[in-house]
Design a protein around this ligand. Structure first.
Ligand SMILES: N[C@@H](CCC(=O)N[C@@H](CS)C(=O)NCC(=O)O)C(=O)O
Length: 211
């Protein structure tokens, strides 16, 4: 498999965690989102890979090109069911997917590079942009804190799909100087992931394109 990725991209980070948790080999193909000419993601040849101009994208072993991290993650879960990331119980699965969607649909899109740049283009000053980011991340993580369990990872002793979304979101929170002090359950999950080999392998600092 080939993963079009950027070291600091939280959506790419999610997919890297899934690949590592499942022990799947892949080649990382870095796409620089902050190249001087405006980002490789907005130019050929990458637009031929993903016309939306975003990472990640995954080329499967069969040669299919997949976009959107939720679709890629669900594909990997179904194609490589070893090390399952979802519980078997239907309601438990919905709880896990609920936290994943909260982060993937309601938090991350609001502080994506192009959204922040659009705020700047519309005349918002940097302190307002910073307040915007903090507002949405804090609101989302405050809700996650109440939705996850009291022990282990988000939903039990093993990492699952909710953790796949949460850990990259915490990396983004750290980048934007948001303290995790108010969320002890989230801090517990972060501490577990910090020493888990798959999460370490997937971390931005350990990517070939990390500066
Ligand atoms: N919903 C998409 C979001 C993808 C996304 O926004 N990726 C970011 C990096 S985390 C990106 O490529 N941003 C480039 C831009 O906004 O110009 C997914 O989960 O794959």
């Amino acid at each position: 498999m080939e993963l079009f990725t950027y070291y600091r991209s939280t959506s790419s980070y999610r997919v890297r965690i899934v690949l590592a948790l499942k022990g799947l080999d892949y080649q990382a193909l870095p796409v620089n989102l902050i190249a001087p000419a405006g980002g490789e993601h907005r130019q050929a040849p990458y637009l031929g890979i993903n016309p939306q101009g975003r990472v990640p994208a995954l080329r499967t072993d069969e040669g299919d090109l997949l976009v959107q991290s939720p679709a890629i993650i669900e594909y990997l879960e179904e194609r490589y069911p070893q090390v399952p990331l979802l519980a078997t119980d239907l309601v438990a699965r919905a709880h896990v997917r609920g936290v994943a969607a909260l982060i993937g649909c309601d938090v991350h899109p609001l502080h994506n590079v192009s959204v922040l740049n659009r705020l700047r283009q519309l005349g918002h000053e940097e302190p307002q942009v910073v307040e915007w980011i903090g507002h949405w991340i804090s609101q989302g993580l405050g809700a996650v804190e109440q939705l996850i369990g009291d022990e282990g990872y988000c939903f039990g002793p093993l990492p699952g799909m909710a953790d796949v979304y949460l850990i990259p979101q915490l990396y983004a929170a750290e980048r934007f100087n948001i303290s995790l002090e108010a969320w002890p359950r989230i801090r517990r999950v972060a501490a577990l992931a910090a020493v888990h080999p798959a999460f370490i392998k997937a971390h931005p600092a350990n990517q070939p394109d990390a500066p």
